[in-house]
Design a binder for this molecule. Structure first.
Ligand code: DHB
Length: 350
C-alpha cells in the first residue's frame, strides 16, 4: 500500500487531486515502510485486537506495548481517567514478560506479516541489556523502541530519560547487546528542561533515532471522593491536549539534528495532525489514544494524510518531512494599490 489512491468528494480542491496518487512509503532509519503511520506503544498491545478492525499489515508498523523481563500485573485500579482533550493512565507496565512475548506475540506478528517495532522497558540498565540480548537471539522485528520515559514507575529516578547520563547508560547497554543492524529508538519524556540535550546524549550513546514524546506526568483528583482519581495517584497524560508539546519537541530535535530519524507521537487523531508532525520533522508517526474510540484510526489517518498531501501538491509523503523548517520565502512587496488601500497594512501593524 505504498501508493494511496485518492478519491475525494469533489469541490475545487477535490477535483485537483481526484485520481492522483501519493507515494506514502517512508524510510525510517533504513527500514522501508509502506506508510508513515504506526501504532503507539501501549495503546494496541501487540496488534492482535486492532487487526479485527483494520489490516495491520497495511500500516507502517505495529509498535508493541513496552515489555519487561518478567510478567507483571501492573498497578491497582482505577488506572485511567478522562481529562480535557486527553486521558490520564497509570497501567504500571502490565505485561506477560519477554519470554511469553517472544513466543506468542512476536511470533503472531511475524506469522501475520506485520512489521514490528518492539518496545522494551526495564527497572535497571542490566534489565534493558538482558531484554536486548533476548531479542537479538530471536530476531523477527524491524527495530527496538527503548522506553526510558514511562512516568508510572516506583520513583522518578527510574525515569531514565529525565537525565542525560542515565538515558545514555540505558541506550549504550541496549546498543551493545543488539545486532548492529537493528535500529534503536530512544523514547524520550517531554518532562525535562531541554529535550535537545537528552536527545543529544542518547544519540551519542548509540541511538539510531528518537521517539517523541512519551506521556506527560499528570494528576486528576476526584472531587466526589476527594481522593486522587487513579490508584497510582499520578499518571501519564496523552491525547490531543499534549499535541502542541509533542510538535514542539519534534521541531526542536529536528532543528538540532537534521538527519536523525524521528518517530513523532502525541494526540494524533487525523491526517491533519499527522501532517503537522511530518512538517515539524517526524519521519513516521504513532497513533495512540485515538485508537481507544476508533480502532482503525491509523489506517484512516493514512488515507486522510494521503488526501491532504495530494491537495497540497505533494507526490510523496517523504517530501513533506521537515517542510516547515524551510527558510522563509521572501515576502512579496505589495503596493497600496494592489489591494485597494492601506487599511490592511494599518491593521497588520496595529
Ligand atoms: C505506562 C507506560 C508509559 O510509557 C506511559 O506513557 C504511560 C503508561 C504504563 O504502563 O503505566
Amino acid at each position: 500500500m505504498s501508493r494511496a489512491l485518492i478519491s475525494t468528494g469533489g469541490g475545487r480542491r477535490g477535483e485537483a487531486s481526484r485520481g492522483s496518487t501519493v507515494d506514502m512509503s517512508t524510510d525510517l532509519a533504513g527500514i522501508a515502510l509502506p506508510s508513515p503511520l504506526l501504532t503507539a506503544s501501549g495503546c494496541a498491545a501487540a496488534g492482535k485486537e486492532l487487526d479485527a478492525f483494520m489490516d495491520i499489515t497495511q500500516i507502517g508498523a505495529v509498535v508493541t506495548k513496552s515489555i519487561m523481563l518478567k510478567p507483571r500485573a501492573g498497578r491497582a485500579t482505577p488506572r485511567m481517567s478522562e481529562t480535557p482533550s486527553g486521558m490520564l493512565n497509570s497501567i504500571g507496565l502490565q505485561g506477560p514478560g519477554i519470554e511469553s512475548f517472544i513466543e506468542n506475540d512476536l511470533a503472531w506478528l511475524a506469522q501475520r506479516g506485520a512489521r514490528t517495532i518492539v518496545s522494551i522497558a526495564g527497572e535497571s540498565v542490566d534489565e534493558y541489556s538482558r531484554l536486548a540480548s533476548k531479542l537479538r537471539n530471536v530476531g523477527g522485528f524491524e527495530a527496538i523502541e527503548v522506553n526510558i520515559s514511562c512516568p508510572n514507575v516506583a520513583d522518578r529516578g527510574q525515569v531514565f530519560a529525565c537525565r542525560s547520563e542515565s538515558a545514555a547508560q540505558v541506550i549504550q547497554a541496549v546498543r551493545r547487546n543488539s545486532d548492529s543492524r537493528t535500529p534503536i529508538f530512544a523514547k524520550l519524556s517531554p518532562d525535562v528542561t531541554d529535550i535537545v540535550e537528552i536527545a543529544d546524549s542518547v544519540i551519542r550513546a548509540g541511538a539510531t533515532g528518537v521517539s517523541l514524546i512519551n506521556t506527560l506526568l499528570g494528576m486528576v483528583i476526584d472531587t466526589r471522593t476527594l481522593r486522587p482519581a487513579l490508584a497510582g495517584v499520578t499518571g501519564g497524560l496523552s491525547g490531543p491536549a499534549v499535541r502542541p508539546v509533542a510538535v514542539r519537541c519534534v521541531w526542536q530535535v529536528r532543528q538540532a539534528f537534521p538527519d536523525v530519524p524521528i518517530i513523532g507521537m502525541g494526540g494524533i487523531r487525523s491526517g491533519q495532525d499527522a501532517l503537522e508532525f511530518l512538517l515539524a520533522g517526524a519521519n513516521a508517526v504513532s497513533v495512540g489514544t485515538a485508537v481507544f474510540n476508533d480502532p482503525s484510526a491509523p489506517l484512516r489517518i493514512h488515507q486522510e494524510l494521503a488526501e491532504l498531501l495530494a491537495e497540497r501538491g505533494f507526490a510523496r509523503a517523504a517530501d513533506v518531512i521537515s517542510y516547515a523548517h524551510r527558510p522563509e520565502e521572501t515576502t512579496p512587496v505589495r503596493s497600496a494599490e494592489d489591494d485597494g488601500g492601506v487599511e490592511d497594512w494599518d491593521f497588520i501593524s496595529e
